[in-house]
Write a protein that binds this ligand. Structure first.
Ligand code: ZN
Length: 622
């Protein structure tokens, strides 16, 4: 951001601060989640008990959900829940006279929100039981045929509830503002293992019936289930990996440092409060890098690079056990409270476990991504930490902004107040709001009370408010520099000047980060013989490292080095992780290769998750 813009934004911030001084906290306290139908200001779900059959033939879950309720407003006589494409067969309520059937209305609220389920509550009703089944196209579930798994013998099913997809497999108050405990009985084909984001015994017999207890209260987006031909391998007494057999040993080896990460995070931010911590390696169609489902992180296999260079994702998902799962954004507009804090904690843990050099490399790459993302926004409001109202889907706001800008903000605070004071503050913050759902204004008040007021003059309140509420990036944002990357820059310059060839880069010990930094800054008009030199020397077009391959394809397509045939086609069909495939489809469209992209997509689409399908449908304007 230029100095001029900064002056302007400071001015508007001062104006805003004057207004905010009287209106913001009150407004914040009343902010309701715009992505739920639930009347959670009147009544809240406190416990969910699921009883579900997993029917692979019909690709549905069928059974019941029993919800225990707490009435907040005494005259409440309806319970409104979120659903999407659920077939509701019957609803019962429990009051003093036992269980009895009750009336309900399903009302369509459109593609994004799904259907509201309004249930009549007789006086004194404390529980409802909903008998239902999911639809084969449930947006939060992916059903894989045996052919779509590595083992080819058994089918696989897994959930992705964040942000608002839990409602497609459980009738629920699908808002991060409401927390509940849960229990479940899940019946599957006998050869398969069911797992949930709950307490589970890794050595439970495979008998087709599995029971779960989740004693800690969580929001709906952290409910998770997976069923497949899964094996378990322990990493320590309390940490282990579930995966299909083909990748189990490689995953356990790649993530063998997870217990060290756990120790480092606990030393910084207090005890891990969730019991076991296990990892579940999903098929390559999982649309995300990882999902922080409590006790059981869901992971893409694309981070198994063979050299532990992409393990920051474990630090990230583990960090969510404090930021996000323990202290949760109350609405998705404030997702930076989950993702910015988690990115910051992730980087601190990486520094503890792998040293400062690697942590700083990740900071540099993160900031470069953020600047590119911000430059690409048509609507500047998208670059504010607090997302604008009225997004088409909460996930539209899950750009680099909540992650990387949130991280920069917290590093700014760390630099200003000093690491020791900031660590103490953050530890106390996690304790203060543990198992709570909060808004940005709650954070601001806590920061003001515990760090700003006791240390007057260290930061200006209007600058802090600008960080949270203003678009763009302030000039005061930290500017990380990495010596390792400086060396890579020098090497790249020598290579581009023709002083050295690819064999002379000295890249033998480079980790993935250095490769990404090297490739991303190659000029688009680099001579073809240099592309050929790099590719023949390092086999970049066929590398098994999914992140390096992605960077290489993006650059090569732009430069016209790769004619659009394999290996991009093979890559797009094999991998379903959004971060690695959405930009490739977009680049093909931008390069007038939409027809070719469409042909590949027709082959790849059946293997993609519904979330990825919807996103790429939009990119290709289908
Ligand atoms: Zn995250």
């Amino acid at each position: 951001m230029s100095a001029k813009k900064y002056l302007l934004s400071t001015f508007s911030v001062i104006l805003f601060a004057i207004l905010a001084a009287c209106s913001a906290p009150e407004e914040a306290a009343n902010e309701m989640d715009e992505f739920t139908f639930a009347n959670y200001d009147a009544i809240v779900v406190r416990h969910v008990d699921l009883d579900l059959d997993v029917d692979f033939d019909n690709k549905i879950l069928t059974g019941s959900a029993e919800l225990s309720l707490e009435i907040l407003k005494p005259d409440t006589n309806t319970l409104i829940l979120d659903t999407r494409d659920l077939a509701i067969k019957a609803v019962f309520t429990e009051a003093s006279g036992g269980w009895q059937e009750t009336g309900f209305v399903l009302e369509d609220g459109g593609n994004l929100m799904g259907q509201s389920l309004t249930i009549d509550l007789p006086e004194g009703a404390a529980k409802v039981r909903i008998e239902y089944q999911t639809s084969p196209g449930a947006s939060g579930l992916q059903w894989l045929t045996p052919e779509q798994t590595a083992g080819k013998e058994y089918p696989f099913m897994f959930s992705q509830s964040q942000a608002i997809h839990a409602r497609s497999w459980v009738p629920i108050q699908d808002t991060p503002a409401v927390r509940f405990t849960y229990s479940a009985t899940i019946r599957t084909p006998e050869a398969l293992l069911a797992l949930m984001s709950a307490d589970q015994d890794p050595y439970t017999p495979r008998d087709g019936e599995y029971s779960f207890e989740m004693p800690q209260a969580i929001p709906a987006y952290l409910m998770a289930i997976a069923v497949g031909d899964l094996e378990f391998q322990a990493i320590s007494d309390t940490v282990g990996v579930y995966a299909e057999e083909y990748i189990l040993a490689a995953a356990a080896e790649e993530f063998s440092e997870t217990p060290m990460m756990m120790e480092a995070t606990e030393a910084l931010y207090g005890p891990y409060l969730w019991g076991r911590y296990d990892l579940l390696i999903l098929p390559p169609s999982f649309p995300f890098g990882g999902m922080e489902n409590p006790r059981l992180t869901f992971l893409t296999p694309t981070v198994i690079a063979g050299d532990k260079s992409l393990t920051s994702i474990i630090a990230h998902e583990l960090a969510h056990s404090w930021s996000g799962n323990l202290v949760t954004n109350a609405t998705w507009r404030h997702a930076w409270l989950n993702e910015g804090f988690t990115s910051y904690v992730e980087n601190r843990v990486m520094e503890e476990v792998y040293g400062k050099d690697r942590a700083v490399m990740e900071q540099v790459l993160g900031k470069a991504d953020l600047l590119e993302t911000i430059a690409g926004f048509e609507d500047p409001a998208m670059s504010a930490l607090v997302m604008p109202y009225g997004l088409n889907d909460p996930f539209e706001g899950f750009t680099d902004v909540p992650y990387q800008k949130g991280d920069l903000f917290l590093r700014y605070l760390e630099q200003k107040f000093g690491r020791e004071k900031f660590d103490t503050f953050l530890r106390a913050y996690f304790e203060e709001f543990a198992f709570g759902s909060i808004l940005s204004e709650d954070f601001y008040s806590y920061l003001d009370e515990n760090l700003m007021s006791p240390n007057p003059g260290v930061v200006e309140p209007e600058v802090i408010r600008a960080w949270i509420y203003d678009p763009g990036l302030l000039d005061v944002a930290p500017e990380p520099t990495s010596d390792a990357f400086t060396l890579v820059s020098e090497t790249r310059a020598a290579f581009l000047a023709g002083e050295i060839s690819a064999t002379e880069l000295g890249s033998e010990a480079w980790i993935t980060h250095q490769w990404l930094y090297f490739i991303n800054a190659l000029p688009d008009d680099m001579a073809m013989e240099l592309f050929i030199d790099l590719d023949t020397t390092f086999d970049l077009s066929v590398t098994a490292n999914a992140e390096i391959a992605f960077a290489w394809y993006m650059k090569s397509l732009q430069a016209g080095y790769l004619t659009v045939v394999n290996p991009v086609e093979e890559y797009l069909i094999r991998i379903g992780r959004g971060k690695l495939i959405y930009p490739l489809y977009q680049r093909l469209v931008d390069l007038n290769q939409r027809d070719w992209a469409l042909k590949v997509y027709q082959k790849a689409r059946p293997g993609y998750h519904p979330i990825a399908q919807a996103r790429i449908d939009a990119i290709l304007e289908l």
